[in-house]
Design a protein around this ligand. Sequence first.
Ligand code: BES
Ligand code: MN
Ligand code: MN
Length: 461
Amino acid sequence: MTVTAAVDFARVNGGRFVDELKALLQIPSVSTAPEHAGDVRLAAEFVAAELRRIGMENVRLIETATAGHPGGHPLVYADWLHAAGKPTVLCYGHYDVQPAEPLDEWKSPPFEPTERDGNLYARGAVDDKGQMWMHVKALESLMAADGTLPVNVRVIVEGEEEVGGEGIAAFVREHGDALKADVALVSDTEMFAPELPTLCVGLRGMIYTEIEARGARTDLHSGMYGGAAPNPFVALAQVIAKLKDEDGRILIPGFYDAVQKPAEDELKAWKALPFDEEHYRETEVGSVALTGEPGFSVLERTWARPTLDVHGMPGGFIGTGAKTVIPAKALAKVSMRLVPDMSPAETFAKYKAYVESITPEGIQLEVRLIHSGDAIVVSTDNGYIRAATEALREVFGRETVFVRGGGSIPIVGDFVRELGIPTVMMGFGLPDDNLHAPNEKFHLANFHRGIESIVRFLGRV
Ligand code: BES
Ligand code: MN
Ligand code: MN
């Protein structure tokens, strides 16, 4: 009864839910940008205020800033634990967002949420404010239906997911008891295709690094010194060129040693997914060709193989026109996606040793680790996954597909390892939602179906 009434409540109030989400999306909670620290906190307070209003208890911000982690953003915590004898669900999401740049590529400004063609466009629309809001609105709908929840619920929403999630990891390590639950529910992944209900059962891990190259003591005139002075950008280009061959194979000695292959069953299931490589190349990637390791399908390459990418090379002259300078230093931001059972620490050590061994003449390199997290695969053989597929069947009228995600959500590994609980990754993004890119959007039909799916899931566990 509660569930039907809650679904009705969500339908009647759907328009208001979207309006509230728009207000949250107006707050530029960019976690990596120190100048937005105040906005990040505002977003945390916005979420906390709403959790309080809908009847959640013990709502509070948990500070994560410490001497070892300066600038840490707060966690938002809430609970409701009055369903005696029922399991406890830990609802996780993140309220921080990626930077919105390049701004001139957005059709409407990133922090002025705009509806077009059934989609809501804004930075964070789907990753993850919109999906986190589905959790809050599902809880509100259940509460409104008869003043209680069908299960015990704890909510933890972090503000540092997009920068590695160090604060929440420390909290889980030190105060795991405060998050004691039977299962975690995470809505921060995608559906494999429109209309296809999807559970994500694996994520890649990562190490994010910086290589700093130094040559001359100070910037130099490239005419006066070119030919004698080392150039840190050229040096970085040479180093980067030796990290990966033309086939996409990573050249760091021992890099692939621990890589675990997916089981035959899983690979077989991926072959049955509706995937058209040419369509993917044309519409999602938009490049003239796809790259990567021969002998592996695109799904294997993005879900189950480790990769290496360069994100940017700050430094030197990047203004309009020309400046003839040999920069004294240059930086490269390089990350690697990891798969089970690669160790982030060991992988970083191998990478650092290799980069140092190929340092060009006259250059000093410093290799730094910015953040890291383990890859995970979750078990699908439990009642929570079954409750999720049943809830999704009721909403979408179709059977759920199980996929992995190529991205990372660092804390999910800790839920499994530190809290010892299974995780249900029920996400409602679409492949063309432009996560981390200009014109990020959330398909509003999926926002509403997500709320209903979560209501039904909580009603079943
Ligand atoms: N929600 C994404 C991760 C994701 C996206 C998983 C799509 C599966 C499918 C998350 O917000 C994210 O972007 N994570 C970062 C983590 C990193 C900064 C530690 C990522 O993957 O780059
Ligand atoms: Mn996310
Ligand atoms: Mn993200």
